[in-house]
Design a protein around this ligand. Structure first.
Ligand code: UDX
Length: 400
């Protein structure tokens, strides 16, 4: 306690963090905050009302919520691209005002030294720049994703039509083993908003550096390529979850009962299944997955997130009775799991994953082999790039 009080007394530089309000983005931003806090910085998180982070898991941070102007329908649409586009429009003024108020009220020794914003929350840079504050970008997806977005933009300019192009199975030149079908298409398709978003995301504007949740040992050539094209220094300091103590930043409540269930399973016997925080599936796919799992006769731990199946609030109600019984015998189903703990559990021998970047890093970090079932966006890129990660992992360039 005393050390903590002393720590507080001597903290004097404040970093403002601006996470993008989706699980896979909030988590690495708060992990970065935890690391910076441990280095002596004070942390303020400025976040939207929508998907506001759980402040109680980070009592050491200050949190400010800003109005985001999203309507109920915007949120219900589940269209992440549309929501992020609106946030970049709606939050510009409110974020600026929030910074101004903070700067007015701060103690002279508590000045803001930097704004670190998620690559998708680029409205933050304009406000920081107007107030003469340094800004840094946090990229939460892989470096290979950045390159494949650039390739996609170039191909679109040349008349390429995603999903209908005859080359879908062919490898993209210079990006082997990535195929045309693996290029990062948004869940909502190739809207103008999406193309603008990925273009704007690449622009570093006046920011002074890029922090990247990745590491050289698995993305060396991609990182070298992006650094060559980037005017500011890039810091690949991942995997952030391994450097930040494990306080949860889950928007959904973690069901820890699955850990007791895992404790009763044989080592390396369980397949863990999760499709992350945004991906969804239809009834047919859910049923096929269930039959596959039941027929495999392997024990399994399956996350069926509420809202992850079309037209069913809980998802699990779509499982036919016959399956439910078989599932109950050999498997455990939860709405949300403490994933990092699950992947580190000795009983888990495989991960059937949607290949979100955080899940990919968490799985690699625990040495759990993956069965890749990407849905959209960077997930297809990660699934394809995972084949190249093997080399870095065999070298054990990082020993986690
Ligand atoms: C999406 C993109 O696919 C991802 O690549 C991008 O970087 C962020 O947005 P998402 O569906 O959120 O990702 O997946 P992922 O990046 O894997 O993040 C999900 C997070 O939720 C992980 O940190 C995972 O540990 C956590 N999680 C998931 C749980 O804590 N419990 C669960 O039951 C499922």
């Amino acid at each position: 306690m005393e050390m903590e009080a002393q720590g507080q007394r001597y903290r004097h530089k404040r970093v403002v963090l601006v996470p993008c309000p989706f699980q896979g983005h909030i988590t690495p931003m708060l992990q970065l905050g935890t690391i910076l806090y441990s280095k002596g910085f004070s942390i303020t998180v400025i976040h939207t009302h929508f998907n506001s982070p759980n402040t109680s898991t980070h009592p050491e941070f200050k949190f400010h919520s800003i109005p985001d102007g999203l309507s109920h329908d915007d949120i219900l649409s589940g269209n992440a691209v549309a929501i992020i586009t609106l946030l970049n429009f709606n939050c510009r003024a409110t974020f600026h005002e929030c910074l101004v108020q903070m700067m007015k009220q701060h103690h002279p020794r508590d000045e803001i030294v930097c704004v670190i914003y998620d690559e998708f929350m680029y409205f933050s840079e304009a406000a920081a720049n107007r107030l003469k504050l340094q800004s840094i970008i946090l990229r939460t997806s892989s470096a290979t994703t950045q390159i494949s977005r650039e390739v996609l933009l170039k191909l679109i300019k040349e008349g390429y039509t995603p999903l209908r192009d005859p080359r879908l199975q062919d490898p993209v030149s210079g990006l082997y083993p990535l195929r045309f079908k693996d290029l990062p298409i948004a869940k909502s398709g190739m809207s103008e908003n999406y193309l603008r978003l990925i273009t704007d995301t690449h622009n570093v504007r006046k920011s002074s550096a890029v922090i990247w949740n990745t590491m050289n040992c698995i993305e060396q050539s991609s990182l070298a390529q992006v650094q060559q094209e980037c005017q500011v220094p890039i810091f690949p300091i991942g995997p952030l979850h391994k450097f930040a103590p494990s306080s949860s930043s889950s928007l959904l409540k973690e069901d820890t009962s699955c850990i007791s269930w895992l404790n009763n399973q044989a080592p390396n016997s369980v397949i863990y299944i999760s499709l992350g925080s945004i991906a969804s599936m239809d009834k047919k796919e859910l049923e096929e997955m269930a039959w596959g799992l039941v027929n495999s006769k392997q024990p399994f731990l399956w996350v069926i997130r509420p809202g992850s199946t079309t037209n069913a609030p809980q998802g699990i109600e779509l499982l036919p009775e016959g399956i439910k019984e078989a599932v109950g015998k050999n498997g455990c189903i939860v709405k949300w799991a403490p994933q990092k703990e699950v992947l580190a559990h000795v009983a888990v021998g495989g991960f059937w994953s949607h290949c979100g970047w955080n899940s990919t890093l968490e799985s690699i970090g625990e040495g759990v082999p993956m069965i890749c079932r990407p849905n959209f966006g960077d997930q297809t890129v990660n699934a394809s790039a995972a084949m190249n990660f093997k080399e870095g992992l065999q070298n054990r360039a990082y020993n986690l």
